[in-house]
Design a protein around this ligand. Structure first.
Ligand SMILES: [Zn+2]
Length: 297
């Protein structure tokens, strides 16, 4: 009798164990991430689960955001865009933390990504000293403008308005790539954190993705500029415009006209500077314009 009870308990125990394993398997949030990235390159964090998680929080570098999972292809899934900034971040091992809550239980998963250094060409420029030196008034103005820009780039709107791929905002070759190291009169300046598109003057500029216009301005360095919030920390920016055709608060479709190219602000000639910020990290926009940003993401 005692032996039968023990066997029954053992069987029950095993059954319970298998059930809990199955429960864990059903309730797991699968994470898809690259193991290695290059400093400044954007990347995707994919999440997929057979069950619905009410709340998923992602923490990466100095940014955190909550992301809703959407039912698609028989699973709950989401793709989030993350990145590093060639100026603000350094190579090394970095941790992505994903917190998923279900039935009041929070499960935390951490993944380590190796960020490799970026190899970028150096551009030496020599200009007359009076063009480099800024007056105190100009410096004060630049600082005020930077505060406004930081506020805009810190936005993490919960809804995703962007979709892959991003659309090239103007026609023309790329004259300065992302990451280019500029040395002005022998002194290293901030690396270039966007794409310069050789578009000529007065060429139409269009929204790289659907979103909300969150800032239009005329800044000391960027000149006439437009900032669009695409949701989940993705913001695009368009600098040195000759004219702006949109207003703050306006919703734009992907490819919608927003202004014309020019050389306002500190530009050496007419071109479009196009930038993308992911959670305040100014990344290389180029991969997002092609196959690296697959349809369906
Ligand atoms: Zn530029």
């Amino acid at each position: 009798m005692q032996r039968i009870v023990i066997v029954c308990l053992l069987l029950l125990g095993q059954g319970f164990f298998m059930d809990s394993q199955a429960w864990v398997e059903r309730n797991v949030l699968h994470i898809d991430l690259p193991q290695t990235i290059v400093l400044g390159e954007p990347f995707f964090l994919g999440m997929r689960s057979p069950v619905h998680f009410k709340k998923v929080r992602i923490d990466w570098l100095d940014t955190g955001m909550s992301v809703p999972l959407k039912f698609k292809n028989q699973a709950y899934a989401a793709h989030v865009l993350l990145g590093t900034d060639v100026k603000r971040h350094t190579p090394g091992m970095k941790t992505v933390r994903v917190q998923a809550e279900k039935y009041g239980i929070t499960r935390v998963q951490e993944r380590v990504i190796r960020v490799r250094d970026r190899q970028a060409p150096v551009q030496n420029l020599t200009v007359s000293k009076d063009k480099v030196a800024l007056s105190q008034a100009a410096l004060d103005r630049h600082q005020r403008e930077q505060q406004a820009v930081r506020k805009v780039l810190s936005r993490i709107s919960p809804g995703k308005m962007w979709s892959c791929p991003f659309q090239r905002p103007a026609a023309g070759d790329i004259s300065s790539a992302y990451g280019l190291k500029r040395v002005l009169n022998g002194k290293p300046r901030s690396p270039h954190r966007g794409l310069d598109i050789r578009s000529g003057d007065q060429a139409p500029v269009t929204a790289a993705n659907a979103g909300l216009v969150v800032l239009t301005a005329d800044h000391f360095f960027a000149g006439k500029s437009v900032y669009i919030d695409h949701g989940q920390g993705v913001i695009s920016m368009y600098f040195h415009l000759s004219s702006i055709a949109v207003q703050t608060g306006q919703h734009l479709a992907k490819g919608e006209f927003l202004g014309r190219t020019g050389s306002t602000g500190r530009a050496t000639g007419p071109h479009l500077h196009f930038g993308i910020s992911l959670g305040r990290a100014l990344v290389n926009p180029e991969p997002l314009l092609g196959d690296a940003c697959p349809r369906g993401f």
